[in-house]
Design a protein around this ligand. Structure first.
Ligand SMILES: NC(=O)c1ccc[n+]([C@@H]2O[C@H](COP(=O)([O-])OP(=O)(O)OC[C@H]3O[C@@H](n4cnc5c(N)ncnc54)[C@H](O)[C@@H]3O)[C@@H](O)[C@H]2O)c1
Length: 354
């Protein structure tokens, strides 16, 4: 692949320059010895790979990067993602969609990789737990291998689940977690933990430029309406005036980040200096009980739903709240969108799904 590109470049250097991303263009300049004064043609446009780009977060990230003018390659196997999520991007000439499973190697020329591929909701990641672990672990190995080969900077969408059922509250990045290695959630939690290990080993051993974010509960448009995640579940049940299912007594707490805030944080992390590797918590520290969330959803949807209590699933964490002190100091980032405003936007989206 690399050889094919340089053949094309030698034939049409100026055309390629216009399309090229800065890193590949700089390495091209040094390889071909082309006139350095042509550098003015280069700009901050990058070629960026987003794995899991047709999913909830990935589709918002692709949208943001396309709007910034980058050349975006979205890779997805459509296990939980959908073409509808990225339909608004399909006519953009700086957006490309590739059906591919990240558990298999991929060869593309890119400057940056955002590795988001992995089902995120329990019903989806427990559907085929072996594939979930493979996606996290083999996917990480394949994407890190690609980053090593191309010299790309690489971001990993890790998760608050690496903290398991935390005994430290709120969670800081130096907390090692309290995770069951053999439970039903382990395929996700341990897969993500192993992916973090791989990222830091590639960083130490091969000097890869890595960025690892531990993402806490995020919600917003493009979430799968039936994936069992608490916000989408509650909104869909409320819109249908069905009973709202609460697992446990509803006193367990979660913090919910609106997707636009999270995407800000992800892109800001990618843009930090190379010494900033993370892991870095990204989420909204404002904590609510599950019962409070249900009541807020009922109020905003003007629903007649009642609350129904069900037993807690195994290993369900009691409390989850990010300490975002590190994100604040390193990225100057913190969420801006309040729960009510974010829920309102999400409700408008889910209304169209009915
Ligand atoms: N949304 C959250 O609250 C949250 C919280 C913590 C971490 N994360 C992480 O962020 C990432 C995105 O989460 P999301 O909420 O958008 O989930 P999602 O399920 O909507 O998106 C995941 C995407 O990855 C794709 N995918 C799954 N397996 C794949 C494979 N083997 N090859 C290629 N594509 C594959 C899916 O089709 C989907 O488009 C995940 O890695 C998840 O673990 C999300």
């Amino acid at each position: 692949m690399g050889r094919q590109v340089s053949t094309e470049i030698v034939k049409t250097p100026l055309i390629w320059y216009k399309k090229a991303s800065p890193l590949t263009a700089i390495s091209l300049l040094s390889r071909t010895g082309l006139n350095q004064s042509n550098k003015h043609i280069m700009h901050s446009k990058k070629r960026i790979l987003v794995t899991g780009g047709a999913g909830f977060l990935g589709s918002h990230l692709c949208g943001r990067l396309v709007a910034q003018g980058h050349d975006v390659i979205c890779v997805d196997n459509f296990f939980t993602g959908s073409k509808e999520n990225i339909a608004g991007l399909s006519d953009k000439n700086n957006f490309e969609l590739m059906r591919h499973d990240v558990t298999f190697p991929l060869y593309v020329e890119v400057d940056e990789i955002y590795n988001l591929a992995c089902p995120a909701s329990p019903i989806h990641y427990q559907h085929d737990p072996v594939q979930t672990t493979k996606t996290s672990v083999h996917g990480a190995i394949n994407m890190l291998g690609l980053a090593k080969r191309t010299g790309a900077k690489i971001f990993q969408a890790s998760t608050s689940e690496v903290y398991g059922d935390p005994q430290v509250h709120p969670q800081t990045e130096d907390y090692w977690g309290h995770v069951n290695p053999i439970g039903q959630r382990s395929c996700y939690d341990e897969g993500k933990r192993c992916a973090e290990t791989l990222f830091f080993d590639y960083h130490r051993q091969h000097q890869l430029r890595i960025k690892v974010a531990r993402i806490f509960n995020t919600y917003g448009p493009n979430m799968h309406p039936n994936d069992g995640r608490v916000v989408s579940n509650f909104i869909m049940q409320a819109l249908r005036n069905e009973p709202i299912t609460i697992f446990g007594d509803g006193s367990q707490t979660r913090s919910f980040c609106y997707v636009d805030d999270l995407i800000d944080g992800i892109v800001m992390l990618m843009d930090t200096d190379d010494e900033v590797t993370g892991p870095i918590n990204l989420g909204n520290p404002h904590e609510f009980t599950i019962r409070e969330l249900a009541e807020k959803v009922i109020e905003l949807t003007q629903s007649s739903s009642s609350l129904v209590l069900h037993p807690l699933p195994s290993d369900d964490p009691v409390q989850r709240q990010p300490n975002i002190g590190y994100a604040k100091s390193k990225l100057h980032w913190e969420p801006k969108i309040q729960l009510e405003e974010g829920l309102y936007k999400a409700i408008q989206y889910f209304k169209k799904m009915l």
